[in-house]
Design a protein around this ligand. Structure first.
Ligand code: MG
Length: 324
């Protein structure tokens, strides 16, 4: 599989562009020099597009709010579809999620709204979400409110390790009400990818998704008909990639985002054949159908080492790529 025809990147944020408040090494340079439009797709509904664009701008990456698509966008569309009559929307999550509902013309339930007046509960991650918020959600759902979750990520990467993500908080409510949400709109569902592709005016096959989770980023991209690259700078490690079942396999794996412009530009042949390039080659050669072939190929590679942090920057002479 070649990436030379990629016309846009659909890029996850946490674990791909940054970890916590710090950029992933190589990511900023990659986003500056990639020659295609970029859309940033995140399941994290706690930060609005303006906030994300400001964060990236602070890293030195030019980014407009209109280039950021969060699960709150998709949730607002789903809530609007499920709202009935004069019913109110109970927002459990961050202020950014509430703003997304208001921007979509929905009526947000004020504090102390009676549970019976709630038409839809929308639940997303927020640092201030507390037990009382989960109780209010459960009460409304018990009385018949629809339940829309922004996403079901069980964990979030943080400075000192993983913390409970929205999926963990959704599970707490599910335990109380005895059933799962009516819908969760974030990745691995395809809604965010569909919004991005429509916004770009491209076909899915013209885009390349970059993510750090197989069960959200990669699965969602596959469902949307979009090729994908997994980076090892976030949640997933090499062993998990190799152990992934066919439905969760990316088209390629690279150490971090810094390698992606080279994939698109076809500069790979100029790179020294490090472990990572060999792995990309192995996955392509395997056609994603024979994981044993990938294992055999990667077994010939030494484990990831410090050179995985290197960002290729040289421009090659012409010449066929070894895998074309
Ligand atoms: Mg991520």
């Amino acid at each position: 599989m070649s990436f030379g025809d990629v016309r846009a990147l659909l890029c996850d944020l946490d674990g791909v562009v940054h970890r916590g408040g710090e950029p992933v090494p190589g990511a900023v340079d990659a986003l500056r020099r990639v020659g295609t439009p970029v859309r940033y797709l995140t399941n994290n509904a706690s930060r609005g597009p303006d906030h994300v664009a400001g964060l990236l701008t602070g890293f030195g990456v030019t980014c407009r709010a209109s280039s950021v698509i969060t699960s709150a966008h998709a949730a607002a569309a789903e809530v609007a579809r499920r709202s009935t009559g004069d019913g109110l929307v109970l927002v459990v999550g961050a202020p950014a999620l509430e703003r997304a509902m208001t921007a979509a013309g929905l009526r947000v339930a004020p504090p102390d709204t009676a549970p019976a007046e709630v038409s839809v509960v929308v639940q997303g991650w927020g640092p201030q979400v507390c037990a009382a918020d989960l109780a209010a959600a459960a009460s409304a759902i018990h009385l018949g409110a629809a339940w829309v979750a922004t996403n079901r990520d069980l964990t979030l990467p943080a400075q000192h390790g993983l913390i409970p993500g929205n999926g963990a908080l959704v599970a707490a409510v599910a335990t109380a009400v005895g059933h799962e949400p009516d819908v969760a709109v974030g990745k691995p569902e395809r809604a965010l990818y569909d919004l991005a592709v429509t916004d770009l005016g491209l076909a899915p096959e013209e885009c390349l998704a970059v993510g750090d989770r197989l069960d959200t980023d990669i699965l969602g991209a596959r469902r949307a008909g979009i090729r994908s690259v997994v980076v090892l700078s976030g949640i997933v490690d090499l062993a998990a990639v190799l152990d992934a079942p066919p439905g969760l396999r990316p088209d390629a794996v690279v150490p971090h985002l810094g390698w992606v412009p080279g994939l698109i530009d076809g500069l790979a042949e100029a790179w020294e054949l490090t472990e990572s390039v060999a792995l990309v080659h192995a996955l392509r050669e395997a056609g994603q159908d024979d994981i044993e072939a990938v294992r055999a190929a990667t077994a010939r590679c030494t484990p990831p080492s410090s050179d995985w942090d290197a960002v290729p920057s040289s421009v090659p002479d012409t010449g066929a790529l070894p895998w074309r």
